[in-house]
Design a protein around this ligand. Structure first.
Ligand SMILES: [Zn+2]
Length: 447
């Protein structure tokens, strides 16, 4: 029933596009390539080129990259399997550590677990960007790639250091939620989708948009099979493809229509297409196809360009805003931004500690984005402590002690109504060799 609904929707939704006109004219293509509309029917055979073939093809790719002025990269689940996130379409005999994809596991889970044991799987929110993500991020920084279009929802391209403005997420993001009223997309440091919801189902997250008193309902942004890609995302991804002079497809078998359609546009425009993937795709004959795992191929690309991959960092800009409301009282707003200035609700809990004559009394808040406090007795504030979600096991808290708060003088500055901003940059760099984090904290400014 569910599958029938999916088919019906897939055929209906493509009818109005040029893409569908092409395919409806060609009914044989429809019959031969049913899997284009059915994600479960797919040849799962994996293919690997020899090291010599890979070397020669990477040289061709580099030539195309260096000639291009507007290269776009289109990624799929294959760039995240090395991060421990399983894909959908790998078969029972895959070489991936994450094991077979979702479809294969659904059909043969018991048999696979008995024969090969539990595959290496990590929750997407705790996953580190793979070597491929970090290499793509380096190529972006070197201006060799202008933007990323991805079918992945794991947020790892942003984690690798690419600003949100240049990432187009066709199927949404596990940490974002969109306001149905003002359309603003909020980014959190936690899964936004409610746990009890089934596949597709509904998207309401139960939270309310707190932007300028909007009060609209928030919805998670995930797009499930049978649901349509949001119009504005579809449009922005298409604009990237229409302006591109090179398209590099990585880690996707191009079975899902939203991505396949973009590559079809590239083919119609006659721009070079490079595909790096273990499995065959429908576009292999029209592209420079490199058969293999993406990690060693991207290692080789960086090596040939004499570039070092970026290190994974978690960077947050904390903004505390104090507004004096009286001689010894103030309102405190606490919020957070990601490295590119995009908003991120990364604070899990905020605590204000007051020092009283009889010891220390704690006040804390558990909910709210941004955090908001009304504080009396400002001269006795001992410390302000921020707790984070620490999804990558980086330091889970940061404390503004008495010294940072200027021994209470911070709160005596200005007259009632005046504003004081305290902005702090927290950077955690992951040292892969020692498997540990190194933290740098910088208090930027008091204004
Ligand atoms: Zn809103």
């Amino acid at each position: 029933m569910k599958l029938n609904r999916f088919f019906l929707k897939a055929f209906c939704s493509v009818k109005d596009s040029e893409y569908s006109k092409y395919f409806s004219k060609n009914s044989v293509y429809h019959q031969k390539d049913k899997f284009l509309f059915n994600p479960r029917l797919k040849d799962t055979q994996e293919h690997q080129d020899s090291p010599e073939q890979i070397d020669a093809k990477v040289n061709q790719l580099l030539e195309l990259l260096q000639k291009s002025k507007n290269a776009v990269i289109l990624t799929g689940a294959g760039v995240s399997t090395a991060s421990g996130i399983p894909d959908y379409r790998s078969g029972a005999n895959t070489i991936l550590k994450t094991g077979p994809g979702k479809w294969e596991l659904e059909e043969n889970k018991k048999k696979f677990l008995e024969e090969k044991g539990k595959p290496l799987v990590i929750k997407a929110i705790n996953a580190f960007p793979s070597a491929t993500h970090m290499a793509v991020s380096k190529l972006y920084k070197e201006n060799l790639i202008k933007s990323v279009i991805t079918q992945n929802v794991d947020n790892l391209h942003h984690q690798s250091g690419i600003p949100r403005k240049d990432i187009h997420e066709l199927h949404g993001n596990i940490i974002s939620e969109r306001c149905e009223k003002c359309q603003y997309v909020h980014y959190r440091d936690f899964y936004t989708r409610l746990k009890h919801l089934k596949w597709g189902d509904q998207h309401n997250t139960g939270r309310i948009c707190q932007r300028n008193g909007c009060d609209g309902q928030l919805h998670d942004t995930l797009v499930f099979f049978g649901e349509s890609v949001l119009q504005n995302i579809k449009q922005s991804a298409q604009e990237q493809i229409e302006n591109a002079d090179l398209c590099v497809v990585v880690g996707t078998s191009l079975t899902v229509q939203s991505a396949a359609r973009l590559v079809w546009i590239c083919q119609q425009r006659g721009i070079p297409i490079v595909i790096i993937n273990l499995q065959k795709t429908n576009y292999d004959q029209k592209a420079l196809k490199i058969n293999g795992l993406c990690e060693p191929i991207f290692d080789l690309i960086l090596k040939k360009l004499n570039l070092q991959p970026k290190k994974f960092t978690v960077q947050r800009e904390i903004i505390l805003r104090f507004q004096k409301t009286g001689f010894c009282s103030f309102d405190l707003f606490a919020d957070c931004e990601s490295f590119d200035g995009s908003h991120l609700s990364a604070i899990k809990q905020l605590e204000i500690w007051y020092r009283k004559e009889n010891g220390i009394e704690q006040y804390s808040s558990l909910e709210g984005h941004p955090y908001y406090f009304q504080a009396e007795d400002s001269f006795n504030v001992d410390q302000i402590k921020l707790n984070f979600f620490s999804n990558h096991k980086e330091k889970s808290h940061f404390t503004y002690d008495k010294e940072l708060l200027q021994n209470g003088q911070l709160f005596s500055m200005g007259s009632p109504g005046s504003l004081i901003f305290l902005s702090s940059k927290l950077v955690y760099e992951f040292q892969d060799q020692k498997d540990e984090w190194v933290a740098q904290h910088k208090i930027d400014s008091y204004k």
